[in-house]
Design a protein around this ligand. Structure first.
Ligand SMILES: CCCCCCCC(=O)SCCNC(=O)CCNC(=O)[C@H](O)C(C)(C)COP(=O)(O)OP(=O)(O)OC[C@H]1O[C@@H](n2cnc3c(N)ncnc32)[C@H](O)[C@@H]1OP(=O)(O)O
Length: 220
C-alpha cells in the first residue's frame, strides 16, 4: 500500500520558483486538456490523423526525457504553501481535472464556477454521474478543510435531482458540524436551471493527518 505520509513532502521551494513552475506546467496541462474534446470531436481525415499522431508522439518523447516517478502527492514549503498539482479534480498539472478553482467566502462557504467539456459526458449531452461525484467530493472536502477539520472522505451521499448539463456549472459546500474526528458537510452542483445534484459528506481525519500536522508544526 502507498505510504500516504511519505507523499507529504516539504520540498522547500521558494515562492518565485513555485510561480515559475505554475506558469510553465499549467499551460502544458491546458494544452493536453484541450486535446481531449478534440479526440472525441475531430473530423480530421486519415492523413491528418496520422500527422497529428506523429506530432503527439514527438511531444511525448520530449516530455518523457525527464520525469518524476509516482504520483505528485502533496508538496509544501516553509511558508505553508501547499500544492496538490496532481489532484484529479483541481490539480494545476492534471489535464484530467476540469480543473476546479475553489474559492472561500468569509463565512466558510466554498464555491467554484467551472466548465465541463464533452469529455465528461455520461448520458447523452449531460455530465457523467461519477464526474459529479468527483466535483462534489473535492468541494465538500475543501469545506471540511476550510472549516478546520480536514479529512478523508468516509461517506459521500448524492441525490441526482435532475440531469446535469455539460458546460458552465457551479458547485458549493459548507461545513455543517464537527463531531470528534468527523466533519459533516453539505453541498450541491447547479446548472443554468438550478440545482442538479445535492450532496452530504462525512470527512474523517485519520491519525496520519494529526501526525503530519504535528510534524509540520514542529518544523516551524
Ligand atoms: C487530507 C485531505 C485529503 C483530501 C482527499 C480528498 C477527498 C478524497 O478523495 S479521500 C479518498 C476517498 N476516501 C478514502 O479513501 C477513505 C478510505 N477510508 C479510510 O481511510 C478510513 O476508513 C477512514 C480514514 C475514513 C476512517 O478510518 P479510521 O480513522 O480508522 O476510523 P475509525 O477510527 O474506525 O472511526 C472513527 C469514526 O468515524 C466513523 N467512521 C469510520 N468510517 C466511516 C465511514 N466510512 N463513513 C462514516 N463514518 C465512518 C466511525 O464510526 C467513528 O465514529 P465515532 O468516533 O463516532 O465512533
Amino acid at each position: 500500500m502507498t505510504d500516504v505520509v511519505s507523499l507529504y513532502v516539504n520540498d522547500g521551494l521558494p515562492e518565485e520558483e513555485i510561480a515559475r513552475q505554475a506558469a510553465l506546467y499549467g499551460p502544458l496541462a491546458e494544452d493536453i486538456r484541450a486535446l481531449i474534446p478534440l479526440g472525441i470531436s475531430s473530423r480530421a481525415d486519415d492523413d491528418e490523423i496520422r500527422r497529428a499522431r506523429e506530432h503527439l508522439a514527438a511531444a511525448t518523447e520530449i516530455l518523457e526525457r525527464r520525469r518524476d516517478s509516482g504520483p505528485f502527492g502533496t508538496r509544501f514549503n516553509d511558508a505553508g504553501h501547499f500544492r496538490t498539482w496532481g489532484n484529479a479534480a483541481a490539480g494545476l498539472r492534471n489535464a484530467v481535472a476540469p480543473p476546479l478553482e475553489v474559492h472561500t467566502d468569509p463565512d466558510g462557504r466554498v464555491w467554484t464556477d467551472f466548465h465541463l467539456h464533452i469529455g465528461y459526458e455520461g448520458p447523452a449531452g449531460h455530465t457523467h454521474g461519477g464526474v459529479s461525484a468527483l466535483v462534489l467530493d473535492q468541494v465538500l472536502g475543501d469545506a471540511a478543510r476550510v472549516g478546520g477539520s480536514p479529512g478523508m472522505t468516509g461517506t459521500l451521499t448524492l441525490r441526482y435531482r435532475k440531469p446535469t448539463p455539460l458546460g458552465d456549472l457551479h458547485a458549493e459546500a459548507k461545513l455543517d458540524r464537527i463531531e470528534g474526528r468527523k466533519a459533516f458537510v453539505t453541498g450541491h452542483i447547479a446548472g443554468p436551471d438550478g440545482i442538479c445534484v445535492e450532496a452530504e459528506g462525512i470527512f474523517i481525519a485519520p491519525q496520519w493527518i494529526a501526525d503530519a500536522r504535528a510534524k509540520f508544526e514542529a518544523q516551524d
